[in-house]
Design a protein around this ligand. Sequence first.
Ligand code: SAM
Length: 246
Amino acid sequence: MTTDYDKIAKEYQESKLQPWRTHIERYTLLSLLGTVQGLNTLDLACGEGYYTRILRRLGAAPISGIDLSKGMIDLAISQETKEPLGIRYRVGDARSIDFGEKSDLVFAAYLLNYASNYQELLSMCEAIARNLKPGGRFLTVNNNPDDPPSNFETGRKYGYSKRLQGSLEEGAPIHWNFHLPEGTVEVTNYYLSTATMEIAMRDSGLTDIHWHKPQVSPEGLRQCGESHWYEFQANPPITFFECTKR
Ligand SMILES: C[S@@+](CC[C@H](N)C(=O)[O-])C[C@H]1O[C@@H](n2cnc3c(N)ncnc32)[C@H](O)[C@@H]1O
């Protein structure tokens, strides 16, 4: 059931080129990020380093990227070799990492939605808290638990669709399909309610939780027109939040 990213590392990397990724996902994350100059940063579930490189170029240092998939980390390292930025990458499980050195910022794009129950989610949140300095910040984007299954096909217009397996209950698999020129690639994550996410944050010592809706970049509005993004914004498939280590 769990997605084997080693097998789809290249295709997943390609899905990052879909316009909604740039004009909404990346734009919203960067708007929320603020200044990262000199911040000791950890990118959990960094994949092939898409956001790790962006964070580094914005001045985050030192910076490390951790991912469970060797295939994804290999892609990240090959880009680091071609164009060295000083990023440290390593294969590791975000649920058990303990860096020793505490971070100012932990960033995680699409990690939490790989937890299929409260206990797994709690281990991720505890690891995030363990690796943050007091007052340090966690910023993340994940599948939006409040996106109704009746909306799951509307993403086709943007190049993706979602499929719920079974009924919408804690731990239910949600299959994301990215429709790429070479074919469709599927990744599976899990539904956990917003309430469960908030409880796990608080139980790990992460407070001041602020949820944010996706925003469309001025460039995205100019290129595609406001009406193009209507369905995405009416029922966002993804959600963003930030919180602080007590
Ligand atoms: C959807 S991809 C996102 C990659 C990257 N953050 C991005 O936005 O391009 C999800 C990533 O989470 C990683 N992942 C899933 N569970 C993990 C865990 N427990 N620890 C570390 N990485 C994990 C997968 O290997 C995969 O690379």
